[in-house]
Design a protein around this ligand. Sequence first.
Ligand code: TXE
Length: 485
Amino acid sequence: MHAVGNFIDGSFLPAQSGKTLNDFDPATEKIVATIPRSQTEDVESAVAAAHSAQEGWANLTLEQRANWLDKIADALEEKTEQIAQTESMDTGKPISLARRVDAARSVSNFRFFAEFGRQQTQQTFQMEDALNVVHRSPVGTVGLITPWNLPLYLLTWKVAPALLMGNTIIAKPSEITPLTAHLLAETVLELELPKGVFNLIHGLGPEAGQAILEHPDIKAISFTGGTETGRIVARTAAPMFKKLSLELGGKNATVIFADADLQSAVEGAVRAAFTNSGQVCLCGSRIFVEEKIFKQFKDLFVENVNAIKIGNPMDETTEMGTVISPEHLLKVESYIRLAEQEGGVILAGGTREMTGYNGPDGVGAFLRPTVVDNLSYTSRCATEEIFGPMVTLHSFTSEQEALQMVNSSEYGLAGSVWTSNLERGERFSSQIDSGIVWVNTWLHRDLRTPFGGVKNSGVGREGGQWSLDFFSELTNICIKGSNGN
Ligand code: TXE
């Protein structure tokens, strides 16, 4: 167990109050670290450090900052195994997933934005008698607040473009999964990134997080987390006219038409449902299947779900580890009980029994992947975000009916559509109220594309140009008498 500090002005520090919080491994339920329980005064120190660093960092060229991003990417790549092990321990996710997804993507977030930055050209708009030149400047000090499901992956997705565009950072990772953010702070310290450019504050959302939202010198908030917290973020930051990006929850649909390749649709639906124990905001937790193949799909789906190897997250062959915490386990289980009360039929899972593993001491937040049939698509289990290894199955008879069911959700983040008719795939997808839809695949990401949701899934887009726009301010300079030559 080690004591993790805040990272302020290039130094690791305890909270000024001296208070700490415990960080647990959800597979063993043992304390693995303590973190500072930061308050307003800690955020104030971090903002003061960021302010002192702002001008120097903004004065570097885009190329120089892109070079910094590449250096960080290289250093993180060397720590791939350490990142994967740390993330697996902190979240309970399988080590293979932590390597393949969390560690790899954290590196590629920095590499991608370095390269993308270098490709930027200045925008100009020529008029007959004047030239408009669009200048970009940093927003200033920005607050980055991130959740527990993909801790370093989601943090670096914000840190890389924020640094690239010349901002200084106050980052707050989830108090449940603080360790890879600490590793990132250690990395930038080793690389001697100018002090105060990247600051890290640990602590509880309503304390440290809220202090970040309320600080008048933090000019933008990029938040990923639950919808209810998103409301608090918006309520606090919007009246201060801070720039806001909100990536919130989802209740995403997987839609399978009868003409789909059944085997790949089943595999895709299983992956979409249970990757990271169903704790990815893009997970497909409502599965709509055309009536004609419903029975066939259901049998094959359940067979595949039952074959998922659950167990010790550190075991190389484990495919599903724990959910994030014992508290979250209880939340997901309460939905399983609710499903039964609502008349649902549990086709798979529903219990904590593991296939031969229940943590070293028979403890741990392990839950079998759970499939529920026979519930209305309007039931609570099929409409509320559970964010765990639990999905509901529903059948439809027409494209129109499927669309109506899918769009009945309050959320609109992502979805996947499975059909051999690609024209229908695109047409149907374009009518789904959602920021991202995949046809015949899931979580296939090109980092240049817009990422974000509609309805209760958030406001704004991240990715490629959208991230650069969020983390910069534009000044249009109109020069009369210039013909642009
Ligand atoms: O998220 P929170 P939680 C969903 C999922 C999950 C639910 C709650 O349904 O069950 O959200 O998860 C910080 N001011 N998602 O409790 O609370 C908090 O410390 C400022 C979807 O973990 O939203 C953490 O750093 N910050 C999701 C971050 O917000 C505050 C991923 C997210 O925590 C704050 C995770 C406050 N008042 C959960 N309160 C996704 N879309 O990817 C909390 N925080």
